[in-house]
Structure formats: structure tokens, C-alpha cells
Design a protein around this ligand. Structure first.
Ligand SMILES: [Fe+2]
Length: 288
């Protein structure tokens, strides 16, 4: 028996509190790094307070994804070598990777695929910025990494049944996020945004995650959401970890037009993204 989507939506939102937050030390470090005058010793102490965060930070700091060429052995070295901007990325990746690596049954995503998709979107954003000759907007990396966190909530914690979603998507020729809205009264983008809001992440990140499938609806400056949306579409096109999200995927033609990136240029970036991910594949994992 189908449940009223409005009731389903309320039930889903009421259960967000049951989703475990990122490790407290990581959240503290992420917040500290929002202060441009953050003191290095307090940052080092915060990271070192948590053994698994320390291990994750060192592994990511040494990974080719973050340009690690010379090994760093201590958190202090990582802070000095990477600088605050890159360290912010490393801390986020170290904190989120264990959660993002899990298999997501309801979304047909084997273990590792959501994480791989997050990295593909992050790399794609970087490549699109270079192709468009634009600086990368602040928060774009964070939003790219957390883009589909709502799927973890819906697939793993709420355990939604994907069958009615797929049936509606096929019968009504809807994109998967539109099918989620039709059946559940909410899509994974809004669920993810609500979760990130409850984690006190900056509103700029929350907005990009919330509107990553509907960039036209994003209030204010759309640069970051357009970029994340286009990078998401590129990752889906090259088959990197979108799961059921790839079903009837509808990239926004307006987002590409706003960036003045013609189709041929986007295809070149997609190829470059594929090559880069192939090059990094197997070397991205910190779990290995
Ligand atoms: Fe998505």
C-alpha cells in the first residue's frame, strides 16, 4: 500500500536525528578552519585528539588526489605543507570517507561507489573551472564531496524501497530525483541538505547540495551549484557511481549556457575527467 508522500516526507525528516554525525573532532576542525585567523597549534591539537581522524588526514595528505608528492609524517607537517585551504579538503575527505564508502542498498550502489562519485564531482568541478577560466568558488569542493549524502540517509538509514521509485521513473519518464519527490515527498538532495544543516555546515554548502539537481531554483549566486550540477552530470555520463541517479538524468542546459561551455568543450572535460580518475584509481583509497 502506498503512503501519502507528505506523510512519508515528515517521517523521513523526523528520522534525521538517528543518522550519526561526522566525528566530533572532524566537525571541530572544520569549524576552526572557517576562521581565517585560526591558530595552527589549536588546529593540530584538535586533529591529533582523534586517532582515526589523524590517520585519515595523514593518508589523504599523502595521496596523489591532494597532490602529495613528498611524504608527511605528522599533522603539523600536513598543516604547514598543505595550507589551510587544502587542509580543509583533507579533513573533510578523511571525516566523510568511511561513511561514504558503505554500500547503499536502496540506491544500487556497491561499497565505494558513492565515495568514488564524490571524488569524481570534486575533480570535475576543478576541471570545469579551469576550462571556463574561473577561480573555484569557496565551498564548491565541500559541496561536491557531500553532494549525495542524502542517498546514504534514504538508502541506509531510512531503507527506502527503490522499486516504487523506479516504477514511477519509468512509467512517467521522470528523473530519479523527481521520482523521489513523487513517491517520498522529498528527494535525496533536500534530505542531504537538511542533514548538513543539522550538522551546522555553512548555508552556502547546504544550498548547493539542496539544489544540485535543480540549479535554477538555487537562490543567490548560482556559480557553485551550476559547477557541481555540471560535474555531477559529467560523472554520470562517464559512469562513475551515480547509481540509480543516472536514470533519466536531466542535466540543465541553462547551467552549461551560464558557463558558456559548449557541448564539445564539456565532452573534452568529461574525457579528461575519465583519464584523471583512471590515473588515480586504486590510489585514491585510504582504506587499502
Ligand atoms: Fe544527486
Amino acid at each position: 500500500m502506498s503512503v501519502d508522500p507528505r506523510k512519508r516526507r515528515e517521517e523521513i525528516l523526523s528520522r534525521l536525528g538517528t543518522v550519526p554525525a561526522l566525528p566530533a573532532a572532524a566537525m571541530r576542525a572544520v569549524r576552526l578552519m572557517q576562521d581565517p585567523d585560526v591558530s595552527v597549534p589549536s588546529l593540530v591539537t584538535t586533529i591529533e585528539y582523534d586517532a582515526s581522524l589523524t590517520a585519515g588526514v595523514l593518508q589523504h595528505a599523502n595521496s596523489p588526489f591532494f597532490g602529495g608528492t613528498r611524504r608527511v609524517a605528522t599533522v603539523k607537517e600536513a598543516v604547514v605543507r598543505l595550507g589551510i585551504n587544502n587542509l580543509r579538503k583533507v579533513v573533510l575527505a578523511a571525516a566523510f570517507e568511511p561513511m561514504a564508502r558503505q554500500q547503499i542498498l536502496g540506491y544500487d550502489m556497491p561499497a565505494g561507489s558513492l565515495w568514488e562519485h564524490s571524488l569524481a564531482v570534486a575533480v570535475g568541478v576543478d576541471k570545469l573551472c579551469k576550462a571556463a577560466g574561473l577561480p573555484q568558488p569557496p565551498h564548491a569542493f565541500t559541496a561536491a564531496i557531500l553532494i549525495d549524502v542524502g542517498k546514504i540517509v534514504l538508502g541506509t538509514f531510512i531503507k527506502v524501497d527503490p522499486e516504487p521509485l523506479m516504477a514511477v521513473a519509468y512509467e512517467q519518464s521522470l528523473s530519479f530525483d523527481a521520482a523521489e519527490r513523487a513517491v517520498l515527498g522529498i528527494d535525496h538532495a533536500e534530505v542531504g541538505a537538511a542533514l548538513l544543516e543539522s550538522w551546522n555546515l555553512p548555508p552556502e554548502v547546504v544550498d548547493v547540495v539542496r539544489w544540485h539537481h535543480q540549479p535554477e531554483s538555487c537562490p543567490g549566486d548560482r556559480t557553485a551549484v551550476d559547477l557541481v550540477h555540471m560535474a555531477d552530470a559529467l560523472a554520470v555520463v562517464i559512469g562513475i557511481g551515480g547509481g540509480l541517479d543516472g536514470l533519466n538524468y536531466r542535466p540543465s542546459p541553462d547551467a552549461a549556457a551560464r558557463f558558456n561551455l559548449p557541448r564539445a568543450e564539456r565532452e573534452r572535460v568529461a574525457l579528461e575527467l575519465l583519464e584523471e580518475l583512471e590515473r588515480l584509481r586504486g590510489r585514491l583509497s585510504t582504506a587499502a
